[in-house]
Design a protein around this ligand. Structure first.
Ligand code: MG
Length: 389
């Protein structure tokens, strides 16, 4: 058994959306195919992944460093002890050879995306859904049939009215979701509060609504928003400031009682550990949102969860960023608090399997082997063509 090829293609997201800090008009993502020599139904088993959304394609690093290291390794050294499947930990270690410690974001996205594609192949070779494989290895075998899922929405777009925003949130609730998130920080505070009040009329309770400032605020504005938002008792206030400004996070945690959230822009276990050591993040209250394909992948995510558990953090406080089937599988397999969803945005890269159902705020899981991209027709077309299937 061996990997015969690893391919990458940069695909544009074609999104007109914007948050408080940037728009997505030039955004691309790396789609990766890990092609094995295992044959099922006459075709090679291939693992797929993409580097989520919000960071650009990273094909250069993959082609110059990570893919050649894997392809040069003796195939037997990348297998599990019985030689019956690929070993993702061994493949991760090979990708990290000759990499200097620190500077994680320069490589964590490329490595993490290849890692998740390897896990997709591993689960397909086991002929099980990835969430089942992860549950067996990392969650005591507890395999859920659905996962709590909220909508990351409420974007800013040109010409948008308050009624448009309310209609969007109504659509999400009508679709079966029980919690939504909206952007803040793209307008002056008083106008953002008016948007928030309008959405509160639709959702009814603060614990059904989160807000996301995408790291926009300096200290004064972050504190002003925290004071204005506190009475709404929101589910969480996400990325009020720069993701590495742990002193400001700690200050906000001291004046803002409802939950804070961050993590989608932390790329190493050490960064996340620093957040809880120095950022004032409160176990049992605040939310951590690491995006595993952007942060060295699934094996490293397991190590991040272990590191957090030493500080009293439970998996219910973890909501992986991403809004795609990779985060959904990871949320299910590790027994996390829930997953994010981006229905109807990010083109072929948002959303879940075409036959997934949302009921009472939870999304059903498929029993397709692997991550299940095969059930997402438009996205799978891109992946299939990349792999030459
Ligand atoms: Mg966010």
């Amino acid at each position: 058994m061996r990997i015969v090829d690893i391919r990458e293609a940069a695909i544009p997201l074609k999104s007109k959306l914007a948050n408080s800090s940037f728009d997505f008009s030039e955004m691309t993502t790396s789609v990766v195919a890990v092609i094995t020599d295992v044959i099922r139904d006459g075709k090679p088993v291939c693992g797929f992944a993409f580097n989520s959304t919000g960071r650009y394609a990273v094909g250069a690093q993959m082609r110059e460093r990570f893919i050649p290291r894997i392809m040069k390794a003796a195939p037997d050294t990348l297998l599990n002890a019985n030689g019956t499947n690929l070993d993702p930990d061994k493949i991760l270690a090979v990708m990290l050879r000759r990499e200097k410690i620190g500077g994680d974001a320069e490589r964590s996205i490329g490595i993490g995306t290849i890692d998740v594609a390897v896990w997709d192949a591993v689960a397909k070779i086991e002929n099980k859904p990835l969430h089942a494989v992860l549950a067996e290895r990392f969650s005591g075998g507890k395999i859920p049939s659905s996962v709590f899922c909220y909508v990351g929405g409420g974007w800013y777009w040109p010409g948008q009215t308050i009624k448009d925003l309310q209609d969007e949130m109504r659509r999400h609730l009508d679709a079966g979701y029980a919690m939504v998130k909206m952007k803040v920080g793209g307008l002056p505070l008083d106008e953002d509060v008016r948007r928030l009040e309008a959405v509160m009329q639709v959702v009814g309770f603060g614990d059904r609504l989160a807000v996301d400032a995408n790291g926009k605020f300096q200290r004064d504005e972050a504190i002003a928003y925290a004071r204005a938002l506190a009475p709404f008792k929101l589910r969480w206030f996400e990325e009020p400031c720069h993701p590495l400004d742990y002193a400001l996070f700690a200050e906000l945690a001291s004046i803002y009682a409802p939950p804070l959230a961050t993590g989608e822009n932390l790329y190493s276990t050490q960064d996340v550990e620093n957040l809880v050591r120095f950022g004032g993040f409160r176990a049992g209250r605040d939310i951590i949102q690491v995006d595993p394909p952007q942060a060295y992948g699934i094996g490293q995510y397991a190590r991040t969860l272990d590191a957090l558990s030493k500080y009293g953090w439970e998996r219910a406080s973890m909501f992986p960023h991403g809004g795609n089937q990779m985060s959904l599988s990871i949320a299910a397999g590790f027994g996390l608090g829930g997953a994010e969803s981006y229905p109807g945005v990010f083109g072929d890269f948002g959303g879940f399997a075409d036959d997934a159902r949302i009921e009472n705020g939870a999304i059903t899981l498929s029993d397709r082997p692997g991550i299940g991209f095969e059930g997402q027709a438009n996205l799978y077309k891109i992946m299939r063509e990349l792999a030459g299937l």
